[in-house]
Design a protein around this ligand. Structure first.
Ligand code: HEM
Length: 476
């Protein structure tokens, strides 16, 4: 075996060095929680409300797959999940716990670095995470296994050898991870490990900021921020040591918007034009090898090729696909109750446990900071399924809506997101966090020496705006 030169895969930008993970925190620590606003003190009452809204057959369950589609290519759903797994991971808070204080939230560890540094791909770099790297070919990431060269590297139990095990949670996400492994391995030709890593991170960050966020955010709020970058962010989400903390308003509500984009069924390739997200026929219910014939052909989910039809993400609204209301064992464990299998239920109950404020309170707060938030918020009483909610609960929720439901209602409201995008409040929360991350960490907005004025490689994007489809075409 060749001896490889030791390499450092950790970046040393201020406030966000990969090796120094931070904690969670609150973006609005002074706001009253939704539960306090509604005078809900018992967790069983909160769980009952979460079940009525988010349980199986509840208001947020798209039981008949009747929700419309958005105009966004379906692949962006898994790109969004891939971003989520790069920046946030809470394994400590209790789903069924009593609400914790703001101080306790400040002590919850975030097990991902809150920076767009792809620690989910690189782990802690070749030195500290050698099991992710090809020991024969310096700096290259491992790819494939004995069964499928177009799958993730796996151990003998079929477990993926990757920076964040969650990126093997469904077929499409695992293939998104593979896309970035391959992208790195192409970019390392003629570059050192560090150069390739920076190059991959910068292309990824460019797509996040100028492609992904542009597609999913409210147009007015996005333009307001992008055209006045020096005036944002408005909130300080750093701890006493100057490390970025991950706001729970983002990780438990706003960035979980991606759950509404998930469809129950997808095309995989020409041979398999319709499979369930967790299709039992193939044993691909997450965290398992991808058989060769299920290798994802992104042309069916993304605008990769002219005149090739592709599916779109589900509409942005308060409805979650059936596959997410009945999560399989590998995702939630064999003994999970029916409610705990529902992602809508989990999002709402987790919000209660972490003391999140109501949507209306957050909207007022963000508007006061100067964000372009219209006077009228979403009409909660117009939501599909609202009529089945008891009048006494309707009364509580109409003026004090759990943040996740509020943001999804905003996205689906015909005067706001109209099913095509997030609403203004959700967009403001996302942009606050992403702009903070990009400004504080080594990034396209805060480039190190030698990278000033960095632009995506034209061999990848041509003269067009760089998009996710360019990466797919480039990797081939
Ligand atoms: C494709 C199917 C998906 C499944 C099965 C899934 C499943 C889950 C589960 C089980 C959790 C933990 C819930 C809890 O106990 O509180 C979670 C958390 C989360 N999900 Fe998803 N998710 C999916 C897609 C997405 C997408 C597309 C996004 C992106 C925008 C997203 C964003 C998040 C975020 C931000 C968290 C919190 C992570 C943390 O801080 O630990 N998810 N998801």
């Amino acid at each position: 075996m060749k001896k490889s030169k030791p390499m450092h895969g950790t970046s040393k930008a201020k406030g966000c060095s990969h090796a120094r993970l931070g904690n969670f925190c609150k973006m609005f620590p002074k706001l009253k929680s939704w539960a306090d606003e509604c005078k809900i003190t018992e967790r069983c009452e909160a769980a009952e409300i979460a079940a009525v809204l988010g349980g199986s057959g509840g208001m947020m369950h798209d039981a008949n797959s009747s929700s419309a589609d958005s105009a966004i290519p379906a692949a962006y759903t898994f790109f969004a999940q891939f971003i989520d797994h790069d920046i946030t991971l809470d394994t400590t808070s209790e789903l069924h716990g009593d609400p914790i204080s703001t101080k306790e939230v400040d002590h919850l560890p975030n097990l991902r670095s809150a920076s767009l540094d792809l620690d989910s791909v690189y782990g802690f770099g070749p030195e500290a995470s050698p099991h992710l790297y090809d020991q024969e070919q310096t700096g290259r990431l491992l790819i494939g296994n004995d069964v499928n060269a177009n799958d993730l590297p796996r151990n003998s139990d079929g477990r993926a050898l990757i920076g964040d095990p969650r990126n093997d949670e469904n077929l499409f996400l695992s293939q998104m991870q593979l896309l970035f492994l391959k992208f790195h391995n192409r970019r390392i030709i003629s570059r050192s490990f560090e150069e390739a890593q920076t190059d991959v991170r910068f292309h990824y960050q460019w797509i996040v900021l100028y492609d992904f966020l542009e597609r999913i955010c409210d147009e007015k709020v996005y333009q307001q921020v992008i055209n006045n970058l020096s005036k944002f962010p408005k909130y300080d989400i750093k701890d006493k040591c100057g490390r970025i903390c991950m706001p729970v308003e983002f990780s438990v509500a706003a960035f979980r918007f991606g759950h509404t984009l998930v469809r129950s069924q997808y095309p995989v390739n020409r041979e398999y034009p319709v499979v369930d997200l967790f299709d039992e026929r193939f044993g691909t219910e997450g965290f398992s090898a991808v058989p060769e014939n299920l290798t994802v052909d992104w042309r069916f989910l993304l605008d990769v090729e002219r005149c090739h039809d592709y599916v779109k993400a589900k509409a942005f609204n308060h409805l979650l696909a059936d596959e997410l209301i009945r999560l399989p064992d590998p995702v939630v464990g064999r003994f999970a109750s029916d409610n705990d299998r529902s992602l809508a239920f989990r999002n709402l109950l987790r919000s209660f446990a972490l003391g999140l404020p109501s949507g209306q309170t957050v909207a007022k707060e963000i508007k006061a900071k100067g964000y372009a938030i219209p006077h009228n918020g979403p009409d909660i009483s117009a939501l599909e399924g609202w009529k089945c909610v008891e009048p006494s609960l309707q009364k509580k929720l109409a003026s004090s809506t759990p943040l996740f439901l509020y943001l999804m209602a905003e996205a689906g409201d015909k005067n706001l997101g109209d099913g095509e995008r997030l609403g203004p409040v959700g967009s403001a929360i996302l942009l606050e966090v992403f702009i903070t991350i990009l400004k504080e960490c080594e990034s396209i907005l805060n480039p190190p020496k030698g990278y000033k004025g960095w632009k995506p490689d034209k061999c990848i994007s041509g003269d067009r705006r760089l998009t996710l489809a360019d990466i797919v075409r480039y990797v081939g």
